[in-house]
Design a protein around this ligand. Structure first.
Ligand code: SF4
Length: 219
């Protein structure tokens, strides 16, 4: 079963649970041609905008779907929306957004709209806490569908939450893998520090610069 098929199955199970089902006596494999999520961006965005699969739907102001070039070679994937993103419905705004834009424009030599930026979670967590496994698992199929449609060559995981949920390697600290060129499906995956971490730890910008120069060399 591919990652996308697993994500679709997980999404289906969350939908059943939202309807009140607690268990199945028997699991019959889902026909992968029977798509459970829309296969076009606008329909997917519309589905996500009315999603209530987890409790974050009760506290969000806006769903933050993601934005950028739907044919991008490069994707940035962060953890989830913070206050500014929740307010505006856009990914990486404010000071963290400035860091992301500077990386894209000044280090990679690209325009922000040339890449695609999304998050593991589409809705903000209260107090910006780390998402629970349940929340991330409920939301991840949307992201996997975005990745499936964009088919990026390179994915940059911004921070440990992004890396953990993209790879399933929950015990690996981001500092141990940042800058490594890993694989996620057909894409190269390069983890680095999260922009919010850089706001608190500006001295780590030099490591991120090294990682982004590696990304640039692979584009
Ligand atoms: S975080 Fe994801 S799964 Fe949860 S309500 Fe928002 S869109 Fe749905």
């Amino acid at each position: 079963m591919t990652q996308v098929e697993k994500a679709r199955l997980l999404k289906l199970l969350y939908q059943y649970r939202a309807m009140g089902f607690e268990y199945f006596k028997e699991y019959k494999p889902v026909d992968s041609s029977n798509t459970l999520l829309p296969n076009d961006f606008d329909s997917l965005e519309s589905s996500v905008s009315s999603c209530h699969l987890c409790n974050l739907s009760k506290t969000r102001k806006n769903v933050v779907f993601g934005e950028g070039n739907r044919n991008a070679k490069l994707m940035f994937i962060g953890e989830g929306p913070r206050a500014g993103e929740d307010e505006s419905g856009r990914v990486f705004v404010g000071r963290a957004g400035d860091i992301v834009t500077n990386i894209i424009e000044k280090v990679l030599g690209l325009k922000r709209e040339e890449i695609y930026i999304a998050n593991i979670l589409k809705c903000r967590t209260p107090e910006n806490r780390v998402p629970t496994m349940e929340e991330a698992s409920a939301c991840k199929p949307y992201l996997m569908q975005q990745i499936e449609m964009i088919k990026p060559q390179i994915i940059v995981a911004l921070g440990s939450t992004s890396f953990h949920h993209l790879t399933g390697e929950y015990d690996t600290h981001i500092s141990k893998v940042r800058g490594e060129v890993l694989t996620l499906g057909s894409a190269k995956l390069i983890p680095t520090f999260c922009p919010y971490f850089l706001l608190r730890n500006p001295s780590s910008k030099k490591e991120v610069l090294q990682d982004m120069l590696k990304v640039k060399s692979l584009l």
